[in-house]
Design a binder for this molecule. Structure first.
Ligand code: PHE
Length: 469
C-alpha cells in the first residue's frame, strides 16, 4: 500500500543506489573490450551520443513510471493504464527478465569473489605469464565446486542486503560501497596512468579509428548503453517507486547516466593503461579481466595489492547491480502477493540460485548441453540482453509516449523540478525563463520517448535477433 511503502532516506541515497545498479560488470568488464574492439574513441563517441539522446530519456521515463505509480513493475503498468490489462504483461516481462539476468549474473560475480578470496590467499595474483593465468581461469571454471561455491557466497551477500530493505539495506550499503568503489577506481586509474608505457593504452582507447565503424558499431553502442544503464526491465522503475515526490527526476537521471558513463570510461583507462604498459595485448570478453589482468598484476611492482583492489572493485560493482535485480522480484511479491520481504528474499534468492546452477556448469560438466546452439549461460545472456531488455525498453517507451495521458506524464516530470535549479533565489523574470526552459525540456524529452527512442530501439532489436546482421 502506498502509505506504508518504503522510501529512500535521502536523495543522494537514491542516486547512489541507482548508479550502483547501473554501474556493474557491464562497465568494468564489458565496456572496455567492446570499445577496444569497435575502434576505441570512435565507438566511445557513438556510445556517448546514444546515452545522451536515447539513454537519459528512457532512464527518465522508467523512473517516472515508478514514482508515479509507487509500485512494482507489474502493479505500475496496471495502475497507470486501467482497463488495458495487456500492459501488465510488460511488468511481468520485467520481473521475469530480472530473474533470468540475476541467475547468471551471480555466476560471473562469483568468479570475481573467487578471484578476490583466492587473491587474499595468494594463489591468483602470482602468475608469470598470461598463459598461466588463462590456464588457471580455464581450470577453475571447469570445477563445479569452485564455481557453485562462489556463486553461493555472492548470492548470500545479495540476499543479506535486500533482506534489510530499501533504506536499511540497499541505501545503506550503496552509501558505503559507492564511495569506496570510486576511491578504488581512481587509485587504479592513477596507478595505470603513472606506469611507463601507459600512453599506448590511452591511445588505444582514445584515438578514433573510423575505419572499424559501421552500422553495426552504432547499434552495438546503443545496446551497450541499454544494458549498462540497467534499462528495460524495471530496475530503475522499482527504485523510482521509492523516490520522494519532491526529488527531481530529470536531474537524478542525468546524474545516474553521467556516473555510469564516467565509470565506464575510467574503467577503460585503468584496464588498458595497465595491459599495454605490461606489454600484453588486449584480449576480448571475459578473458581480459580474468585471464590477462591477473597476469598483468603479477608482473608489476605493487601489482598484488592493486590486483586485490581490482577484484574487490568488480565484486562491489556486481553486488550493487545484483541487489537491484533482486529488488525488482522482491517488490513484485511484496506489492502484489502481500508476502513479507524476508520471505520473498529467502525464497526468491534460493530459486534464483538454483536456476543459475546450469549457467554455472555451462563452462564445465554442462558445456556440451546447448539451447538454440548456445550453452545455457550464453543462451540466457543472449535472451535477456539482446531480446528481453530491448523489448521491455521499446514497450515502455510506447507505453509512456502513446498510451498514458501526456499531461499527467509531464506533470510527474515537473514534480520536484525545484531540485534542478532553486527557482526561489532567481529574479522573477528569470523564474519565468526558467519555467519556460523546463517546459521545453519536458516536450523535447517526450518527443524522444514517443518517436525517436522506439524507432532506434526497434533497429537495435532487429539487429540483435539477427534480422539486420
Ligand atoms: N547495468 C548493470 C551492469 O552494467 C546490469 C544490469 C542490467 C543491472 C539490468 C540491472 C538491470 O552490469
Amino acid at each position: 500500500m502506498a502509505e506504508t511503502r518504503e522510501h529512500w532516506g535521502s536523495h543522494i541515497g537514491f542516486i547512489l543506489a541507482a548508479a550502483g545498479s547501473a554501474i556493474g560488470l557491464g562497465n568494468i568488464w564489458k565496456f572496455p573490450y567492446v570499445a577496444g574492439k569497435n575502434g576505441g574513441a570512435a565507438f566511445i563517441l557513438i556510445y556517448l551520443i546514444s546515452v545522451f539522446f536515447i539513454g537519459i530519456s528512457l532512464v527518465i521515463a522508467e523512473i517516472l513510471i515508478g514514482r508515479k505509480s509507487q509500485l512494482n513493475p507489474v502493479g505500475a503498468y496496471r495502475k497507470l493504464l486501467k482497463g488495458h490489462r495487456g500492459w501488465t504483461l510488460v511488468g511481468y516481462l520485467g520481473v521475469f527478465t530480472g530473474f533470468i539476468i540475476l541467475s547468471y549474473y551471480n555466476v560471473v560475480a562469483g568468479w570475481s569473489v573467487g578471484y578476490f578470496i583466492e587473491g587474499v590467499r595468494g594463489s591468483v595474483l602470482s602468475f608469470t605469464s598470461s598463459e598461466e593465468a588463462a590456464d588457471f581461469f580455464n581450470h577453475q571454471i571447469m570445477n563445479p565446486a569452485w564455481i557453485i561455491g562462489y556463486q553461493a557466497i555472492f548470492s548470500i551477500l545479495v540476499l543479506a542486503v535486500v533482506y534489510f530493505g530499501v533504506a536499511g539495506g540497499i541505501e545503506r550499503i550503496s552509501r558505503i560501497l559507492m564511495p569506496v568503489f570510486l576511491g578504488i577506481l581512481l587509485i587504479l586509474v592513477g596507478w595505470g596512468i603513472s606506469l611507463e608505457g601507459s600512453r599506448e593504452g590511452l591511445s588505444f582507447l582514445l584515438k578514433p579509428n573510423w575505419e572499424s565503424v559501421n552500422g553495426r558499431t552504432v547499434l552495438e553502442a546503443l545496446g551497450q548503453a541499454f544494458f549498462s544503464l540497467s534499462l528495460g526491465m524495471g530496475a530503475l522503475l522499482t527504485y523510482g517507486s521509492y523516490l520522494n515526490k519532491d526529488d527531481s527526476i530529470l536531474s537524478s537521471s542525468i546524474m545516474i547516466a553521467f556516473l555510469d558513463t564516467l565509470i565506464a570510461l575510467l574503467a577503460g583507462v585503468a584496464i588498458f593503461t595497465s595491459v599495454f604498459a605490461m606489454g600484453f595485448s588486449p584480449d576480448t570478453g571475459p578473458g581480459l579481466v580474468f585471464c590477462v589482468l591477473p597476469a598483468v598484476f603479477s608482473k608489476m611492482p605493487g601489482g598484488y595489492a592493486f590486483g586485490l583492489l581490482f577484484f574487490l572493485l568488480l565484486t562491489i560493482a556486481a553486488l550493487t547491480s545484483a541487489i537491484s535485480l533482486l529488488e525488482v522480484i522482491t517488490s513484485y511479491f511484496v506489492d502484489e502477493k502481500k508476502w513479507t520481504r524476508h520471505r520473498v528474499v529467502l525464497g526468491a534468492g534460493l530459486i534464483v540460485f538454483l536456476v543459475g546452477i546450469p549457467s554455472a556448469l555451462s563452462f564445465g560438466p554442462m558445456r556440451h548441453v546447448t539451447v538454440f546452439k548456445r550453452t545455457f549461460f550464453d543462451f540466457l545472456d543472449f535472451l535477456s540482453s539482446n531480446i528481453l531488455l530491448p523489448l521491455g525498453g521499446l514497450l515502455m517507451a510506447l507505453f509512456v509516449g502513446w498510451y498514458v495521458k501526456k499531461t499527467s506524464i509531464l506533470e510527474e516530470f515537473r514534480k520536484g523540478a525545484g531540485g534542478w535549479v532553486d527557482t526561489h533565489v532567481l529574479h522573477p523574470v528569470k523564474q519565468i525563463r526558467h519555467k519556460t526552459a523546463f517546459l521545453t525540456i519536458g516536450n523535447v524529452w517526450f518527443f524522444v520517448v514517443k518517436y525517436l527512442a522506439p524507432v532506434v530501439i526497434l533497429l537495435v532489436f532487429l539487429y540483435s535477433i539477427g534480422i539486420l546482421s
